[in-house]
Ligand binder design. Structure first.
Ligand SMILES: Cc1cc2nc3c(=O)[nH]c(=O)nc-3n(C[C@H](O)[C@H](O)[C@H](O)COP(=O)(O)OP(=O)(O)OC[C@H]3O[C@@H](n4cnc5c(N)ncnc54)[C@H](O)[C@@H]3O)c2cc1C
Length: 586
């Protein structure tokens, strides 16, 4: 076992991790651990844009942006966080520009902006142009720009190092983070990283679902590690289903397609969003559009041989405009569905896209150990975290913003804390849990296969935990998860080697997915209301009296949450500043 010592250790090299590293790297000795090569992180797949009220092409201000974010999140947003994000958005975009990011420009040379769902002028009057973009490769440009700047600031990267555990050291009866345990894919060796500050920026968990826009690696590792270390996860019942995944595949077609004028139509050729959101139509927030699409299909107005998708119509746009603004996503339609977007509408259906929940933090990115107290030296930012700036439904382009604003804050806070803190001793048994886990996976002689179990989990989550949920479907998902957890104890992996053993790590990742799926289902069962991305057909209304609060889920062997053993649910108040909850109409 090797031990490394850094002031700040950052887990994850996506947008959040690298934005944090740029700040921490200028102030302290910083290492970034990442399970994939940094520029392969999912941030690089982001397409449509990053919003900020620059008002470059029309009137706009950060207060309207704050309001849209809070209303978009169906009032479960912590309003202090939304204010910080909307205010700091402007500098976040300008910082990236100064670092070298090639944004699209207006003819006058200013950063161009386009429309996106839920972003409006003057509290919902009409769509506003707020998203800054680089064609439909905005995330790619952000990731490359941040990586280059990390290199400039001497950030040290440990690529293909999988973090598998958080080390806690007891100080005066309180458990405090002192490092992480990681597995080096190339050698199969365990490395311990001792650190004064640790930042989790390990991204989302979309691979819980079968139909998803997320990359193969998004298995919620950071969330599951936090949970296993006794920390809570906040608002895990809220998953965003993006309206426009390529039908049957889930590959994303950015909302920028509708921002640039694309229209959704049912089998009758009707622009059905006019019925569901009369003011902003196809540019309503994602939860509303996704549910409307699913409803059209349910009521028999779906398209195709099985009537199971709707159409995204771009045929009225000029081909030159499509090529300039939406080159990649239209190419996806050609490549994967054989559809020519210039002349044919594109088959689309909702796809699991984003986890609104995650590791709870305050606006300084400090992690909560319970509903009141934070833990010194532990931070989280990006999709792994829940600040909670997206509440129960995130607006498009607010995540690339979130990772920049709260990634930056996490990096600054982590370095400031490390400047005065001491290293905590690493306990002798720090790697025991990880070694036992790996040994269990390696020595299994059972008949179960990782790929089979993962597929069965994803199938049941698609069937029972998607856009529409009821107590019955959630119980069905929980029963299946319990069965899969049992079978997981009897898995066997084929590769017994030490080097590049992805078989082994996929087995570990499956354990993370199963645990998170269970937390998601338990939290969904207990939220007997419909809000944002969580729609309960048996409780179709929002219930502010009983459920205007965040859920906090803990692993607890003693706990019995209804019939589900091992998960304890508590709550945390929503932070209000200026906005009273209103009916959510668009
Ligand atoms: C197809 C697609 C398009 C999108 N388009 C947009 C858009 O236009 N606008 C917008 O605002 N949002 C968009 N999003 C959402 C947004 O891109 C993501 O939410 C955001 O980029 C997440 O950034 P992150 O830094 O938190 O995580 P990621 O970029 O996912 O990075 C996670 C990092 O953590 C590392 N990691 C994970 N587990 C471990 C482990 N166990 N050990 C070590 N390292 C680990 C990975 O190696 C990786 O470096 C899109 C998402 C997708 C999937």
């Amino acid at each position: 076992m090797q031990v490394h010592k850094y002031d700040v250790v950052i887990v994850g090299a996506g947008g959040a991790g690298m934005r944090a590293a740029i700040e921490a790297g200028q102030r302290s000795r910083t290492a970034v651990l990442t399970k994939i090569y940094p520029t392969r992180s999912h941030t690089g797949a982001a397409q449509g844009g990053m919003c900020a009220a620059l008002a470059n092409v029309e009137e706009d201000n950060w207060e309207w942006h704050t309001f849209d974010t809070i209303k978009g999140g169906d009032y479960l947003v912590d309003q202090d966080a939304a204010e910080v994000m909307a205010k700091e958005a402007i500098d976040a975009v300008l910082d990236l520009e100064k670092m070298g990011l090639p944004f699209n420009r207006t003819p006058e040379g200013r950063i161009d902006q386009r429309r996106f769902g839920g972003h409006t002028r003057d509290h919902g009057k009409s769509p506003v142009r707020r998203a800054c973009y680089a064609a439909d490769r905005t995330g790619h440009m952000i990731l490359q720009t941040l990586y280059q700047n990390c290199v400039k600031h001497n950030v040290e990267f440990y690529n293909e190092y999988y973090v598998l555990d958080l080390i806690m050291t007891e100080v005066d009866g309180v458990r405090r983070p002192s490092g992480v345990v990681s597995y080096d894919l190339a050698s199969g060796e365990i490395h311990v990283f001792q650190a004064k500050s640790i930042v989790f920026a390990s991204g989302g968990c979309g691979k819980i679902f079968k139909t998803t826009s997320n990359a193969h690696t998004l298995t919620g590792d950071g969330m599951a590690i936090a949970l296993r270390s006794g920390l809570p996860l906040e608002d895990m019942e809220f998953v965003q289903f993006h309206p426009t995944g390529l039908a049957g595949l889930g590959i994303l077609v950015s909302e920028a397609a509708r921002g640039e004028g694309g229209i959704l139509r049912n089998s009758e050729g009707e622009r059905f969003m006019e019925r569901y959101a009369p003011t902003i139509k196809d540019l309503a927030p994602r939860d509303i559009v996704a549910r409307s699409m699913a409803n059209e299909v349910r009521e028999g107005r779906g398209c195709g041989p099985n009537k199971d998708y709707v159409l995204l119509d771009l045929t009225h746009l000029e081909p030159a405009h499509i090529d300039a603004k939406l080159p990649d996503i239209t190419e996806f339609a050609r490549t994967y569905l054989g559809v020519e977007p210039y002349t044919e509408p594109v088959p689309v259906f909702p796809t699991a896209h984003y986890a609104m929940g995650g590791i709870p933090t305050n606006i300084e990115a400090e992690v909560f150990r319970n509903s009141e107290e934070t833990i010194p030296g532990l931070y989280a930012a990006g999709e792994v975290a829940c600040v909670s700036v997206h509440g129960s439904n995130r607006l498009g382009t607010n995540s690339l913003l979130d990772i920049n604003v709260f990634g930056r804050r996490a990096g600054i806070q982590a370095a400031q804390y490390a400047a005065t803190a001491e290293f905590l001793p690493i306990p002798d048994d720090a790697t025991e849990r990880t070694e036992a886990l790996l040994e269990l996976m390696r020595s299994g002689h059972g008949e179960e296969k990782v790929g089979v179990l993962r597929k069965e989990l994803q199938d049941v989550m698609d069937a029972d935990m998607q856009v529409f949920r009821t107590a019955k479907t959630i119980h069905s998902a929980l029963d299946k998860i319990a069965e899969l957890e049992d079978r997981y104890t009897r898995i066997a992996i084929q590769d017994q080697g030490k080097r590049f053993n992805l078989d082994l790590l996929e087995a570990v990742e499956l354990g993370f997915l199963l645990e998170l799926a269970k937390v998601m289902a338990v939290a969904a069962l207990h939220r007997e209301e419909s809000r944002g991305g969580h729609f309960r057909e048996d409780f179709p209304d929002r219930d502010d009296e009983n459920f205007m609060k965040h859920s906090m889920a803990y692993l607890d062997p003693e706990a019995e949450t209804d019939s589900v053993a091992g998960i304890r649910l508590e709550t945390k108040p929503v932070i209000f500043t200026r906005y009273e909850p209103m009916e959510r109409k668009y």
